[in-house]
Design a protein around this ligand. Structure first.
Ligand SMILES: Cc1cc2nc3c(=O)[nH]c(=O)nc-3n(C[C@H](O)[C@H](O)[C@H](O)COP(=O)(O)OP(=O)(O)OC[C@H]3O[C@@H](n4cnc5c(N)ncnc54)[C@H](O)[C@@H]3O)c2cc1C
Length: 395
């Protein structure tokens, strides 16, 4: 069975590996010429790492990943420790695999190499434009010619073309902009950055930093509320000094870090409302094409990775050879989880950005007391997310 995948991002590449593993013949069509991810970091929680390890990527990922010791939430103005949650050995003991921080390009390169090793064809400069479903298969029109397959998967991101067959919606600007930069650790004073994921919370904005490249670089994501996005593109270079200026009243440690961030880009954060249906007889979606979400729980790529695994297993184990039934089952299985994670991500951002002093105090007390007095309960709060084991559920 030949499956064409539109998009060779993290979701498309993972789906290709999982489908190959299940005995199918995937073929990737990627719009861009260069298979390179934009410079930034990515957090991979155990629910995603489990799938990637099951696809045989343990060794290369452990070689390039940085294992954070904990997540620490700090006050933007005073640097006071509000709350913490252990990761590192705790994550491995509790979930069986580590929590990893990586450079996106490095993760993308690992996936691409695995795809090449397994002989999966990748057509670059090939944008999927339209398609027609027939009884025999799907006729797919790409920018470089036509192709026929038994099934088509739209893994073509938040601006998905394939999604147009299922919904007429457009991505919505969420009123938030994310600055992203990678700073060499050698350019920073020693011990400025802890070996943790650190979240600084202030009214209307927050900032996250963590090590990537095995500890040689520090990845920074700084999110600010902003009424308008005036750029044509959803990603653009930030002006020199723009990022430090946006956080000028923040603690000295944050300012020192931001002043060292030379090459900084900003992304407008978009989302889309959930759609009731994203699968038809022979076509389905995955990752951001199906269910984009805000990045405040670091789960967008993780959901795309889980999607790829579940889709491949549901297709492999379909009972009546009918692709449509399997695609429908896949959609139902993933819709509920993706929606829950998207809602939780939005709530997390609202919590980070609280404006009213009373609400901030109540939040800090609740988080602080929870992790200090009832650490087991505070930690179990993430089991539904990080403890989700797609590999065991869908063998
Ligand atoms: C600031 C920020 C921080 C984030 N941090 C994290 C994190 O720490 N952890 C996490 O799990 N997630 C994180 N995310 C979310 C994550 O980046 C996305 O959810 C993830 O990249 C989605 O992967 P995807 O493969 O579905 O789509 P994409 O990564 O968008 O890939 C889509 C691919 O399809 C190609 N394409 C587009 N149109 C076509 C077409 N018509 N034909 C062929 N190819 C096409 C594109 O060129 C691209 O290569 C973050 C997001 C942001 C904005």
């Amino acid at each position: 069975m030949k499956v064409v995948i539109a998009g060779a991002g993290i979701g498309g590449l993972t789906a290709a590996l999982a489908l190959k593993n299940s005995g199918f013949e995937p073929e990737l069509h990627e719009r861009s010429d260069l298979l390179a991810e934009a410079g930034a970091g990515i957090q991979l929680s155990p629910n995603a790492v489990k799938v990637l390890f099951a696809l045989g990527l343990r060794e290369p990922l452990e070689a390039i990943g940085f294992e954070p010791k904990a997540v620490r939430l700090r006050s933007a103005s005073s640097a006071r420790l509000i709350a913490y949650r252990p990761l590192g050995a705790f994550s491995t003991d509790r979930y069986g695999v580590p929590y990893l921080h990586l450079r996106r390009e490095a993760l993308h390169a690992v996936l691409r190499e695995a795809v090449a090793e397994r002989g999966i064809p990748v057509k670059t400069g090939s944008a999927v434009e339209t398609f027609t479903e027939t009884d025999a298969g799907v006729d797919i029109q790409c920018s470089d010619g036509n192709v026929t397959a038994d099934a088509l998967i739209g893994a073509d991101g938040i601006h998905s073309r394939v999604r147009r067959a299922f919904a007429e919606d457009e991505p919505r600007f969420t009123g938030m902009v994310a600055y992203r930069a990678v700073v060499p650790a050698s350019a920073l004073p020693p011990k400025l950055v802890e070996p943790t994921a650190t979240v600084w919370m202030g009214p209307g904005r927050h900032l996250v930093h963590y090590y990537v490249d095995g500890g040689e670089q520090v990845n920074v994501v700084a999110v600010v509320e902003s009424d308008a996005w005036s750029e044509e593109s959803w990603k653009t270079a930030a002006e020199p000094g723009e990022l430090p200026a946006a956080f000028s009243g923040w603690h000295r440690k944050v300012r020192t870090l931001l002043e060292a961030a030379e090459d900084c880009h900003k992304w407008a954060l978009f989302d889309r409302a959930p759609i009731p249906r994203w699968s038809s007889e022979r076509v389905t979606l995955l990752g951001d094409a199906a269910h984009p979400m805000l990045p405040f729980l670091a789960q967008g790529a993780a959901m795309a990775i889980e999607d790829g695994w579940v889709l491949s297993r549901v297709l492999e184990h379909r009972e009546d050879e009918a692709i449509a039934t399997a695609l429908d089952q896949y959609q139902q299985l993933r819709q509920l989880r993706a929606r829950k994670v998207a809602e939780a991500s939005k709530a997390q951002g609202d919590m980070f950005h609280l404006h009213a002093p009373g609400a901030r105090l109540a939040r800090d007390l609740k988080l602080g007391i929870g992790c200090r007095l009832l650490p087991e309960i505070a930690m179990a709060e993430y089991d539904w997310l990080h403890g989700y084991d797609a590999v065991r559920r869908f063998k």
